[in-house]
Design a binder for this molecule. Structure first.
Ligand code: ADP
Length: 421
């Protein structure tokens, strides 16, 4: 193993796995915290997907360190801590606490923090994160149910989460190439360990940053920061020519879509699928909380409809509605309640012969994969930037498209299933 990646959620893990696969690495994604029984396959990169974005920071730190130790033990020469390209975190973390802990564990003098992912419109300039042409704090991320992002200044967001100094490595330095970047990080860390938030607006900037970190033990960022890493290993003679990963055969069976994301993109995708005549079941969280709705109700509805066309089950709602649910039941409690239901629904769908499943939402995907007991995913073809089809790689007959809420074109749901033929 050359590269070990620790991702703080499942769709983020799939996203970075796809990035590495496209750059020619053999990649396997594992699900959950590794245990002493976990055997990593013989491959160039392993992406460990945790569900550590929104749980208590101590837990996120413990899981990330366990994953780090397991990856290093399995031979990883470099560790990448992957988080969301919209820097999803709360005031308490978990990005800062996990970076601090990994730096200490790996003895890193410095590390980079760069969530830029230009292919999906995420860019960092003067330490400010943009989503398309708007600042993060003006984007729909300001209304995220679990990690509302109300400040675009990444230094201001990260500093309170970390005990290490957080400094800017600006655009002008990045433009000057890998040596200039390395010098900037050396200067940054001359008085002790430090974190550099690096600007990046294009893939070229990300390749420069990647090259600057050749041989360095720890990087952190969105999936974009991984773009230059395979080439580092190739230049060092450790990685062969690019591997063709396009061979992908989805199992025959029924198709379904589950949406638990309330992001603007997913709201559009739900509307698009419904407008195209996909039959849809809308989950009412109040009915769920009052025990007037359960997985079996939804599965009975589904059983009558499964067949040639996919069906859609969604809890996706507008920000006002999400806010009122959260005020009523608590933010985390509402999230967990819906995630648990969708996990149970996924188990039922699998029993009903669903073998092709599209899921919208990072936390939602984590809950569903864990309910289904899937521990390893093989990365398949790309549907949209950051979202591939995957195959459950541990004997379960299931193709999964796990989409981070904000990703994908408006027709993502129908397009992804049509891709399978
Ligand atoms: P994204 O990828 O858009 O961040 P996630 O699945 O990670 O989506 O997060 C969405 C969270 O919102 C989940 O915890 C989910 O259970 C919760 N949720 C889904 N629908 C609703 C709703 N109608 N009201 C309140 N919370 C909801």
């Amino acid at each position: 193993m050359l590269l070990g990646v620790i991702a703080d959620d499942l769709t983020g893990a799939t996203d970075v796995a796809l990035m590495l696969a496209r750059e020619g690495m053999r990649v396997v994604q594992t699900v959950g915290v590794p245990t002493s029984a976990t055997e990593f396959p013989d491959t160039d990169a392993v992406v460990v997907s945790l569900k550590s974005r929104t749980n208590p920071a101590v837990e996120a730190v413990e899981w990330s360190l366990t994953a780090c130790d397991a990856l290093i033990k399995a031979g990883a020469k470099q560790i990448l801590f992957k988080y969301c390209s919209t820097f999803d975190s709360t005031e308490k973390g978990n990005i800062g606490p996990v970076i601090d802990a990994l730096m200490k564990r790996l003895g890193a003098a410095y590390t980079i923090a760069c969530p830029a992912f230009p292919a999906n419109g995420r860019s960092v300039f003067q330490g400010h994160l943009f989503v398309g042409s708007t600042l993060l704090s003006d984007s729909p991320m300001k209304d995220h149910p679990l990690t509302p992002m109300k400040d675009s200044n990444l230094l201001r967001v990260l500093q309170p989460q970390s005990e290490l100094p957080v400094r800017l490595v600006p655009f002008a330095t990045v433009e000057n190439g890998p040596d200039a970047v390395r010098n900037a990080f050396d200067v940054l860390a001359q008085d002790g360990p430090a974190i550099g938030v690096a600007d990046a607006v294009t893939n070229e900037h990300l390749r420069i940053l990647g090259a600057a970190f050749a041989g360095h033990i720890l990087l952190t960022g969105g999936s974009g920061i991984a773009i230059g890493l395979p080439d580092n290993f190739r230049k060092a003679g450790l990685l062969g020519v690019k591997v063709d990963q396009s061979v992908f055969a989805a199992p025959e069976g029924n198709s379904a879509i589950i949406a638990g994301s309330c992001s603007a993109a997913t709201r559009g995708q739900v509307a698009d699928a419904k407008a195209k005549g996909i039959e849809a079941f809308e989950i009412d969280p109040i009915a769920l909380a009052e025990n007037r709705l359960s997985a079996s109700t939804i599965l009975e509805w589904t059983a009558q409809r499964l067949g040639r066309k996919p069906i859609l089950i969604y809890s996706t709602a507008e920000p006002d509605s999400v806010r009122s649910i959260q005020e009523r039941y608590g933010r985390d409690e509402a999230g967990i309640m819906v995630e648990r239901l969708l996990g149970d629904v996924a188990i039922g769908l699998s029993k009903l012969g669903v073998t092709r499943l599209v899921v919208a939402g990072g936390e939602t995907s984590g809950a569903i994969v864990s309910a289904l007991g899937i521990s390893m995913l093989q990365i398949g073809p790309e549907i949209d930037p950051g979202v591939p089809w995957t195959l459950a790689a541990d004997g379960k007959v299931l193709a999964l498209a796990l989409k981070s809420g904000n990703f994908g074109t408006p027709d993502f749901f129908t397009k992804s299933l049509e891709m399978l033929g």
